[in-house]
Design a protein around this ligand. Structure first.
Ligand code: ASP
Length: 294
């Protein structure tokens, strides 16, 4: 890997936002995170560490539908999904439908780095996490909380309300990485997986692009997901924005809503959504970190 002289990142806190609701706590949190990402990338941090840390922070704060802010499934307990990909090594890891893992993205990274597999689910994922000394939530009843901008009604109506967190980054060495973590769709069926834990659907990183998706997972899976953006760039030579818009259009054609963040090896950042908005932050060399929702 060679010096690249540029760096960039983007974060999302989910595209399931409702006009008129107050997301100011999440915005303030994302601003802090964005400042830290910018500072650390400028200082030479690895893209993989940036996306891991950013997602961990979003998992533990309880402001988003991931980690602490996850909602229970239709039988009353939280199932967590997360995936991570290192574009420089083309390695990936994920956990799916895992219970009470404190930092799902750290678990996904452990699968990538310490197992011979890409994906572990449910009891197997939990056993792997225990074997590798990863922390579990001690008291699930008091730990999980409603994230910012989510009301009880969203849980009760099972109206496909959703949220997720994700991060993409390009570092000074030219390495790209992506990470995504979610509690999934509110009131989801026990055992249901969306796009988030699937490498290529919710998360992708290679030598050209890093992509993280959020939205109705079924539609993202059927539209080809994050890998579709990479293929549009690789085989179709599409500019990043066009590639991201192409995926979003395909998700929309499948009655899905959601958003995508992506960064390419030149440090271009693309963020698109077809919902009311997407909690997001971005920055890079020469760009002051910026936060927005709608
Ligand atoms: N994609 C997630 C899922 O389907 C939800 C979201 O991103 O809002 O589980």
């Amino acid at each position: 890997m060679t010096e690249n002289n540029t760096y960039a990142f983007a974060l999302h806190g989910g595209a399931g936002v409702t006009p008129g609701r107050d997301y100011s706590d999440a915005e303030a949190h994302m601003r802090e995170l964005a400042l830290a990402c910018e500072r650390d990338l400028r200082a030479g941090a690895a893209a993989l560490d940036i996306v891991t840390r950013a997602v961990e922070e979003m998992e533990t704060c309880g402001l988003y539908v991931a980690g602490r802010g996850s909602a229970p499934n239709d039988v009353g307990y939280v199932e967590l999904d997360a995936s991570i990909m290192d574009g420089a090594t083309r390695q990936g890891g994920s956990i799916a439908a895992a219970r009470d893992v404190m930092l799902p993205i750290r678990a996904a990274r452990a699968v990538m780095e310490k197992s011979e597999h890409v994906m572990l689910t449910a009891r197997g994922a939990e056993r792997f996490c225990r074997q590798h000394g990863l922390e579990f939530v001690a008291d699930p009843d008091s730990y999980y909380r409603l994230p910012v901008g989510v009301v009880e009604e969203d849980l009760a109506t099972a109206n496909r309300a959703h949220g997720t967190v994700g991060a993409v980054a390009l570092d000074l060495q030219g390495r790209l990485a992506a990470a995504t973590s979610t509690g999934g769709i509110f009131g989801k069926s026990e055992g249901r997986l969306g796009d988030t834990p699937i490498i290529g659907a919710g998360t992708w990183a290679d030598e050209n692009v890093a992509v993280s998706c959020t939205g109705l997972g079924e539609a993202f899976i059927l539209a080809g997901g994050a890998q579709d953006v990479a293929s549009r760039v690789r085989y179709g030579s599409q500019p990043l924005d066009e590639a991201v818009e192409g995926l979003i259009a395909d998700v929309g054609a499948r009655d899905g809503d959601g958003g995508v963040i992506a960064v390419d090896r030149e440090g271009r950042v693309s963020m698109r959504w077809n919902s009311f908005g997407m909690k997001r932050a971005w920055g890079g060399a020469g760009h002051i970190p910026t936060v927005a929702v709608f």
